[in-house]
Design a protein around this ligand. Structure first.
Ligand code: AMP
Ligand code: MG
Length: 342
């Protein structure tokens, strides 16, 4: 009798161990890297931790679906984007837009406000002027610059909240969301991943990055900041947890005219290319904030840029000025994210 009971208990124990083992094994979180994909005119990738392979693939598909939706809506280059519907008609009449686009334009207005006009999505006509002139291999003339400048200014935009419409006060004004849309898309992709049940992950669209949760066995996601002077060199490593980082800079995109390099970031006050900084990285909670402020600080320069970022809680800046000086300028809290060099 005793023997029988012992055998039964032993049998049950073995069965329980097998069940636990099988359960653990089949439910072990998996990591998945989407590999690089071209979206919003740049390279992107997503890495996630999810409860199983199927769920991970589903989450990545949903996140990319969301990014493509945003690109369709906000692209400056796509003729049929909702943004270009505004650019085509808003000088003539108030154009009704969807809630998402309206809210993003409103957010862009907040960054215009806090940056003293350095970040300005009404920069479109100036961006276009420089692009067209560079194709002809020349600098825009002073007359052209003055004309383009008169079409810039967020205060020349009429946003009607009740009817959700956008109208331009000047003929020929154009919105360009290139300094904010990638960051916004990163935030939305992160939301989509979380909603789908991803445990942790990181979304990168052209260097605009946000991560959530932690990679297996690690406390942080480690993100490398590129050296503006050398493409293949990582300048420093950041440890991030539930944070975003965005980098803007002269070294990333520019045009050459007469052998001179002009940044793709424009100073709205001058209607010309911003000169100051090689690279500006902003760490913040949202990628949209980091993206727009990185563009803003590139225009403002070191002194005003640092002042702006120091006044914002949870937001830090790491700046590399122009020239070969290897100098790194940071806000007071930025050091906490930087991995010390060995
Ligand atoms: P980013 O790479 O995020 O710094 O964004 C640069 C892009 O934003 C440019 O390619 C333009 O499309 C647009 N842009 C340029 N200058 C400004 C500015 N001062 N404010 C807002 N957007 C800008
Ligand atoms: Mg930006």
């Amino acid at each position: 009798m005793k023997d029988k009971i012992l055998k039964l208990v032993l049998g049950l124990l073995i069965a329980a161990t097998v069940i636990i083992f099988v359960y653990r094994y089949t439910n072990r979180p998996v990591s998945l890297d989407s590999g690089y994909r071209l979206v919003m005119g740049t390279q992107s990738h997503i890495v996630i931790i999810a409860k199983n392979e199927e769920s991970a693939r589903g989450a990545v598909d949903v996140a990319y679906g969301r990014i493509e939706q945003i690109e369709d809506m906000m692209s400056f280059h796509r003729e049929d984007s909702a943004l270009n519907e505004v650019n085509r008609w808003a000088s003539k009449r108030a154009v009704r837009v969807n809630e998402e686009l309206f809210d993003l334009i409103k957010s862009a207005g907040d960054y215009w406000q806090i940056s003293n006009g350095a970040f300005d999505v009404t920069i479109g006509s100036v961006v276009e002027l420089w692009q067209n002139a560079s194709l002809e291999g020349r600098r825009p003339t002073n007359e052209e610059l003055a004309a383009a400048k008169s079409k810039v200014g967020f205060d020349k935009l009429v946003l009607d909240e009740a009817n959700r419409t956008v109208r331009f006060k000047r003929e020929g004004m154009k919105l360009d969301l290139g300094g904010i849309a990638k960051g916004y898309a990163v935030d939305e992709a992160v939301e989509a991943l979380k909603e789908y049940g991803a445990v942790a992950g990181l979304v990168d669209i052209g260097g605009e990055i946000r991560c959530f949760g932690n990679p297996p066995g690690e406390k942080y996601y480690t993100v490398g900041l590129q050296d503006p002077a050398a493409d293949d060199n990582i300048m420093m490593l950041l440890e991030l947890k539930d944070k975003a980082v965005a980098t803007s800079g002269n070294y990333r995109r520019f045009v050459f005219i007469d052998g001179k390099r002009y940044s793709h970031i424009m100073d709205p006050a001058a209607a010309g290319s911003s000169k100051g900084l090689d690279s500006v990285s902003i760490i913040s909670d949202s990628a949209m904030t980091a993206d727009s402020l990185a563009t803003a600080v590139s225009v403002l320069g070191t002194r005003e840029g640092l002042e702006l970022i120091e006044n914002l809680s949870g937001t830090e800046a790491i700046i590399i000025p122009s020239g070969n000086s290897q100098e790194v300028i940071k806000t007071s809290g930025a050091g906490a994210y930087i991995v010390p060099k060995l």
